[in-house]
Design a protein around this ligand. Structure first.
Ligand code: SF4
Length: 483
């Protein structure tokens, strides 16, 4: 990290989070920087917010802008760009140790290349697991992308719960490997600051996994003491960057009065109150509000997601486990996730068995009879100049894929969803493929992300999967519709 980065970042954060700061800086730059605790050359910083360079503040990967090499602005830009690009690199490095799970995760990554714009899809890490230590969230943010319900339960640090937490974490590390497990997190539709002992769980995590879990909170401005305590704990261990979602200007000012530039150097500040900076898509409650108001002013808000998990979700308070993977939000998936059924567990042994059985289902490269397949959102098949291939295209991505039949024929005949048996029947009966050719084509379409297999128990259809201490199979609970 360049030595000047923390202070340049503090300046950039002020520019976005404090609506009064730009005018103060233009009028009295030295005083404005002094108030911020920044001791850098105002002339150089002014370059960063000049009309020529301003675009790189929101997208450091842009090629335009005239920042000079060697100055603090160029240093900031280079480091910000490295951090932006590291998401993709780390995503590739932190792949599950189990090849079958790595393949399933890869299928989700390739699917989202078709379904989401690269600026969004490339930033999704596809982390292996998330563990909720509370049920619901006290934030009640109107924009909540995961539709968090009100806070109504805490997984306390009783000796039994600590054994359960640590045992499950150790099991997940044994499945995914330490490198991938470092991407695991301890929240989902919850906020870490709601848990009075979050720091102790972070210490457990660091001891077992080898680093602290990346932590995102929107409550830092309301609970600065808790934020300081959590940040101090996190800073004792290697970790990815953390994030404060900033709910108001007042919250921003509280945060910078508590933390100096170096303490916030690796904490992304996201001003959720700035309408002009909000993501140009919506999921969860933001989507609900957007729909209620209508898309005024001709705004284009394609389906999006804030979900970063392709893997196991553990709800310790409700004692359920499910699989989750991101997708563009829609009326049927308002939170922008596909979810398996939620499976209840009672004990550590139950939980381990549930995880193993869920993961066994997605380890299979071709789903079993009766499983649902569906075309990835926006995917179309088209002819390729090469007669042994077809083109798979969407608004965001296009590939050439070897195929024994033409893309146009497949586009016409392949249903957008159906059981694997019915789709094989179509490929054999209507498109004249040999059964083995049909199966081979389906595998390639799955690997390419052009189609996806439903998660176990996804949708309203219950499936049979046992929880071990019942002694017999039982029905999984169909997932609650999000929102
Ligand atoms: S955005 Fe975060 S803090 Fe706000 S309600 Fe959702 S989970 Fe809670």
């Amino acid at each position: 990290m360049p030595a000047s980065y923390p202070e340049v970042k503090r300046f950039v954060d002020a520019w976005f989070c404090d609506p009064d700061f730009p005018d103060r800086f233009r009028a009295r730059p030295t005083d404005a920087l002094h108030d911020l605790g920044v001791d850098l050359d105002p002339t150089e910083l002014a370059r960063l917010v000049s009309p020529e360079d301003f675009g790189i503040l929101t997208d450091p990967t842009r090629e335009d802008g005239v920042a000079e090499a060697g100055g603090i602005v160029a240093d900031w830009r280079r480091y910000a760009r490295e951090r932006h690009q590291s998401v993709k690199t780390e995503r590739d490095q932190r792949t599950p140790g189990c090849p079958a799970l790595a393949n399933w995760r890869w299928r989700q990554i390739t699917r989202l290349k078709f379904e989401l714009a690269p600026s969004l899809g490339d930033q999704i890490r596809h982390i292996p697991f998330a563990m909720e230590l509370t049920r619901g969230c006290s934030g009640r943010c109107w924009f909540c992308g995961v539709s968090a319900q009100p806070l109504d339960g805490i997984f306390d640090r009783s000796p039994e719960n600590v054994v359960l937490f640590r045992g499950l974490l150790q099991h997940l590390v044994s499945i995914y490997g330490r490198s991938a497990a470092l991407d695991g997190i301890l929240y989902w539709a919850t906020d870490p600051l709601d848990h009075p002992d979050y720091e102790s769980f972070v210490e457990d995590f660091a001891e077992i996994v080898g680093g602290a879990p990346a932590t995102v909170t929107a409550l830092g401005g309301r609970k600065p003491e808790r934020a300081a305590s959590v940040l101090a704990t996190l800073s004792r261990h290697p970790a990815r960057s953390h994030r404060f979602s900033v709910l108001s200007v007042r919250d921003y000012r509280t945060l910078i009065s508590w933390f100096d530039a170096s303490e916030l150097a690796l904490v992304e500040m996201l001003p959720q109150f700035r309408k002009d900076l909000r993501l140009k898509f919506a999921a969860g409650r933001a989507r609900t509000r957007m729909k209620a108001k209508g898309t005024s002013e001709g705004e284009v808000r394609p389906g999006g997601t804030i979900a970063c998990l392709s893997g196991v979700m553990v709800d310790f308070v409700g004692r359920t486990i499910r699989l989750v993977t991101p997708c563009p939000s829609s009326d049927s998936r308002p939170d922008g996730v596909h979810e398996s059924a939620k499976i209840p567990f009672e004990s550590l042994e139950d939980a381990i068995a549930v995880i193993d059985r869920l993961l066994d289902e997605i380890r299979i490269p071709l789903p079993e009879e009766g499983a649902m397949l569906s075309r990835s959102q926006g995917v179309r098949f088209a002819d390729s100049p090469d007669s042994s291939a077809m083109r798979v295209v969407s608004d965001h991505h296009a590939i050439r894929l070897g195929s024994p039949i033409s893309g146009d024929r497949l586009e016409t005949k392949l249903p957008t969803s159906g059981t694997i048996d019915s789709i094989v029947e179509t490929l054999v009966g209507e498109l004249d493929l040999e059964p083995l050719e049909a199966v081979s084509l389906l595998r390639r379409l799955l690997d390419a992300g052009a189609i996806r297999a439903g998660l176990p128990g996804e949708g309203a259809m219950p499936v049979q999967i046992g929880v071990p201490d019942t002694g017999s199979d039982q029905e999984m609970t169909p997932p609650k519709e999000p929102g």
